[in-house]
Design a protein around this ligand. Structure first.
Ligand SMILES: Cc1cc2nc3c(=O)[nH]c(=O)nc-3n(C[C@H](O)[C@H](O)[C@H](O)COP(=O)(O)OP(=O)(O)OC[C@H]3O[C@@H](n4cnc5c(N)ncnc54)[C@H](O)[C@@H]3O)c2cc1C
Length: 389
């Protein structure tokens, strides 16, 4: 059976799902509320579990030279800038985990996904189509009106504020995580104390952390700071008040605080969906942030969206296009994986931002661990492969 698939949302999850389905010969209609796929936002770290799938979908190749492979993930104290540990990535990522660890601008990733989808005769992208419904019947009817036929399967990839999720009875709500993400684009020369600007650098401090990594144009770096804060707005691109940011970092090393003060920041509150919301009424499945938005402490949100998309397509193939068994198999594979990744994110948040004696113990443990031991901790995340049997 060849199911007709409607995908709501053309973000990383929706476009990856369309592409993965197209590769298996399934027809998809993708409905995106925005009139064009321009992306505000920042950089992304894509770990080998995600790049392996992007490679199989032909997307990595389309990114050309727009991505970069850092040499190491380096953790350091925000107070004295002492390195606590280095996890080697670069060529080691390819050897150990079988695919590259890359950093890329979100706009470039979306551009490459969009281009790849555009090459597939079985994918139809409908821009400027906001899908709005309060019941399953209304949703099916709305999709039918736009595309000309009722879908056999609706894939809701409409992000953390998913209307499709909210439509379901007892649906999990998006809740504020208590953290704010601040983002800026820096030039290497703005941060002269940074010893290895080509690495993913993570500076840890009480209640806050700061990540930098190279991005796009030569010499530019993406900087993301995560601090406590209030929910404020849902918008994800607000102008950030440097004085507030400075207060969160007041006990940090002056070589870092001077950079923070001289930079203009955008900020947004981090919302999450803590209880996975997979299945809507029959024939509707949620993927990506719509199903399980997470805070960025494990840097796995986009990776999980891509894994969801490819797993869903594989399950449909295995069930010969039968929807119900495919969705059951999909949920049974994805639910434990997402729960485990979320736990790692929670643990990282605690470990990155802890203070007092626990912080001292953390620093000691990190500095005593062998590089191979630290890399081995990431195996279950980065070596992950879809079971396509
Ligand atoms: C600060 C920060 C840093 C991060 N860093 C990383 C990282 O390093 N690595 C990583 O893997 N992940 C990271 N993430 C997470 C990652 O960005 C998200 O998990 C990922 O973008 C989710 O993709 P998505 O397609 O599910 O949702 P979205 O990107 O939100 O896409 C949803 C799409 O649906 C459309 N839409 C919504 N409603 C409707 C509707 N009613 N009708 C039609 N269209 C609709 C939207 O316009 C949008 O295009 C980070 C997140 C944050 C906040």
């Amino acid at each position: 059976m060849q199911p007709r698939i409607a995908i709501v949302g053309a973000g990383i999850a929706g476009l990856s799902a369309a592409l993965a389905c197209a590769r298996l010969g399934f027809q998809t209609d993708i409905f995106e509320q925005s009139a064009s796929l321009t992306e505000v936002g920042a950089g992304l770290q894509l770990s080998p579990n995600a790049t392996r799938l992007l490679d199989e979908l032909g997307v990595l190749q389309r990114l050309g030279n727009k991505w970069y492979e850092p040499d190491a993930l380096s953790l350091a104290s925000g107070k004295d800038m002492q390195t606590l540990c280095n996890i080697r990535i670069g060529s080691q990522a390819r050897q150990r985990w079988g695919a590259p660890y890359v950093v890329v601008h979100r706009a470039d990733l979306l551009g490459a996904l969009n281009e790849a989808v555009g090459q597939e005769a079985t994918c139809r992208l409908h821009l400027g189509k906001m899908i709005s419904a309060t019941t399953q019947n209304e949703l099916t009817q709305h999709l039918k009106e736009i595309s000309g036929s009722a879908p056999d399967l609706i894939v809701a990839a409409d992000g953390v504020w998913s209307r499709t999720r909210q439509m379901q009875q007892g649906a999990s709500a998006a809740t504020f995580s208590g953290s704010i993400a601040w983002r800026a684009l820096l030039h290497h020369k703005d941060f002269p104390a940074l010893e290895a600007p080509g690495n993913v650098n993570l500076f840890l401090g009480p209640d806050t952390h700061l990540v930098t990594y190279p991005l796009g144009q030569r010499g530019m770096m993406n900087a993301v700071a995560v601090t406590p804060g209030g929910a404020g707005t849902r918008a994800w691109d607000n102008s950030g008040d440097s004085d507030i940011l400075a207060r969160h970092f007041r006990h940090w090393n002056p070589q870092i605080t001077s950079v923070l003060a001289a930079t203009s920041w955008r900020c947004w509150p981090l919302f999450e969906v803590r209880k996975n919301a997979w299945q809507g009424a029959n024939r509707t499945v949620l993927i990506g942030d719509a199903a399980h938005a997470m805070t960025p402490h494990a840097a796995q949100g986009a990776a999980m969206a891509i894994e969801d998309a490819c797993t869903l397509a594989a399950c449909l193939q295995r069930s010969n296009g039968e929807i119900s068994p495919a969705l059951d198999a999909f949920v049974s594979i994805r639910d434990p994986r997402i729960n485990k990744i979320r736990k790692r994110g929670d643990f990282n948040k605690f470990a990155y931002q802890t203070k007092g004696p626990i912080r001292m113990a953390r620093d000691l443990v990190l500095s005593l661990r062998s590089p191979a031991g630290l890399a081995a901790d990431m195996d279950w995340i980065y070596k992950y492969r879809l079971d396509k049997s």
